[in-house]
Design a protein around this ligand. Sequence first.
Ligand code: 2IT
Length: 444
Amino acid sequence: MKTSLTDFIENLRVNTPMESEFNQAVEEVISSVWDFYLENPRYQKAKILERMVEPERVIMFRVPWVDDKGEVQINRGYRVEFNSALGPYKGGLRFHATVNLSILKFLGFEQTFKNSLTTLPMGGGKGGSDFSPKGKSDGEIMRFCQSFMTELYRHIGSNTDVPAGDIGVGGREIGYLFGQYKRLKNEFTGVLTGKGLLWGGSLIRPEATGYGAVYFVQHMLNRIGKDIEGQTIAISGFGNVAWGAISKINELGGKVVTISGPDGYIYDKEGIKGDKIDYLLELRASNNDIVQPYAEEFGVKFIADKRPWEVPVDLAMPCATENEVNINDAQNLVKNGCKLFAEASNMGCTANAADYLAESIDYAPGKAVNAGGVSVSGLEMSQNSMRISWPREEVDARLKIIMREIHDTCVNYGQNGKKVNYIKGANVGAFVKVAEAMVAQGIV
Ligand code: 2IT
């Protein structure tokens, strides 16, 4: 007897009852690929979907370290090696107090599909810790990274699993993690991406997620005869992704009027440009995780404890974290004239907000929009394997091609009359590749 979509989702909920983010991510993907799955008995016979929702391996470990006061601290470390059908596990590490197994399973699951879209040979994985870098000294961060890697190193490798950064893990943390890996293995290899430029990193990697997201938006706009020039844009977050997106939007003549942090949002009517963009780097390096100092520095409005989705804009690009846009936010955006919504965060919308936006305006999901980051990570792996460094122009040109191909895939699988269903396009386009590879590789 065949399973129905409802049964499949219900079974998953029963199997993973405590994992709401993971269930949410799976439900979105499964709902859009279900008809396609039913049309392909080969996939059903091989139980492709049942296998896809089970990570190949989950590693959980203790991370003990000593803080500046000499007190012993214990955190929990994770690596979810989700799917290696298309290549070595690939995906970031997140260090944040909210990290748990559900969040890393959702991110690893999403990453598998995102990486499939990039056209590069990468499987999907994700990891991290509930360690919060907020307010920690440099020495504390280094000792934590070293302890984390002292366990992780035995599970990863340049042909096995290649972690990178995510929230709370940037160039500094990748440096400490890489140093410890090299020391333990006595091997200088491309085992992590997002490395410094002097020791194997790729040009454009820091900018890649934001740049890629804007290239994707350009394709969405061009398809309907529009351009970024002159558009007013709301962005959330103030980290690496927001910074890259704001830089590229300015270069293309658009205006970003908001950024946000856990403390509230900034409304900068004149636009975040010039020195203000550089100031974002300072703000992030301060390690305080608040955005309010921007308002004091530039004499603009700070709205405490609110999200930027109440500001009237033409386009919205969430660049912070999962479920940062709910149905009320989505309705506000549309009511205030927002015409296009491109998720640069992973699963930035709650399920009903995503459905509402997809029905109302042009909406594209994170796995397509933000895939530029991991794409340039893939290019960093290629450069490491060849032991060369490409110039900026070469990396940027490749990133542009990849984002165009991801957009083409979305249109190819998601076109519905004059509209494109980007959720379906991204999910089915990504699924086909992973499914075919899994069928070819047998029951493993
Ligand atoms: O969500 C993501 O795609 C990332 N955090 C980047 C992963 C990577 O391997 O560069």
